[in-house]
Ligand binder design. Structure first.
Ligand SMILES: [Fe+2]
Length: 249
């Protein structure tokens, strides 16, 4: 290339940068085919992000935003292949109540730093649910791998001895590639009901991210079908796992 042509090219590039066109293309995902990271790089970003949450370099709300951005960047087909969704579908029997929880081995991923987050795939038959529940001191991110779900989320506004005060935040259909996150401060309670013959959803969770929050990270089962209060709030009774699965599983 002659020096004048090279100069011309760099001038054009300079103008694109100056007018913000590069950023526009980037944000509209028009360059996605070229920028989708490999699954190994994607997992490294996930490890870094979860460690930043544990190290208090990210607040839970910042983590939720970043986790959602990360999920938007993943190639769903590659992720499904990586977690062997086909094998899981063939080998696992989905339960008549509630959801199957299937682990994912990351030990084969070369060069991955120490993994300090939990992960699994939940699978449900049509009409069955990952029943309504919240968590203390846990951040999670979900992305639908296959099928259709109805997803409902609620903020956990107050915690009392026998009930929570909750506020509906998300109530919509989730299809492949759709995602959501939870933390103690946003969308804490989640509930996914399978709407297709089978449905699978991938989950990442980080427990004990904030030393100032009391309580373990186990499921806090709740009945969102409670007394309606003013301001769109609901008085939602605490439930045992058995009762919650009987009503919603
Ligand atoms: Fe959960």
């Amino acid at each position: 290339m002659s020096s004048s042509r090279r100069e011309f090219g760099s001038q054009i590039l300079g103008s694109l940068v100056a007018y913000g066109l590069i950023e526009t293309l980037w944000s509209r995902d028009l360059l996605a085919d070229n920028v989708k990271p490999t699954i190994g790089d994607w997992l490294k970003d996930l490890v870094a992000m979860t460690n930043d949450l544990r190290g208090r370099k990210l607040t839970d709300l910042e983590f939720q935003t970043k986790m959602e951005e990360l999920y938007k960047r993943v190639d769903l087909k590659t992720l499904s292949t990586f977690v062997k969704l086909d094998d899981i579908e063939k080998k696992s029997k989905l339960p008549d109540n509630g959801a199957a929880s299937l682990g994912i081995d990351l030990s084969t991923v070369e060069g991955l730093p120490e993994v300090r987050f939990g992960r699994q795939i939940f699978g449900c038959k049509k009409g069955r649910s990952i029943v309504p529940h919240g968590h203390s001191n846990m951040c999670t991110g979900f992305i639908v791998l296959k099928g259709e779900w109805h997803g409902r989320h609620y903020d956990r506004v107050e915690t009392h001895a026998e009930h929570f005060i909750i506020k509906p935040t998300i109530d919509r259909a989730f299809k492949a590639g759709d995602l959501s996150t939870i933390s103690d401060h946003k969308d804490n309670i989640h509930w996914f009901e399978a709407k297709s013959e089978t449905a699978y959803i991938f989950n990442v969770h980080v427990t004990g991210y904030d030393p100032k929050i009391d309580g373990n990270s186990g499921r806090l089962y709740v009945d969102p079908d409670g007394e309606k209060l003013s301001g769109g709030l609901v008085k939602a009774a605490k439930m045992t796992s058995a009762l919650c699965h009987k009503k919603y599983g």
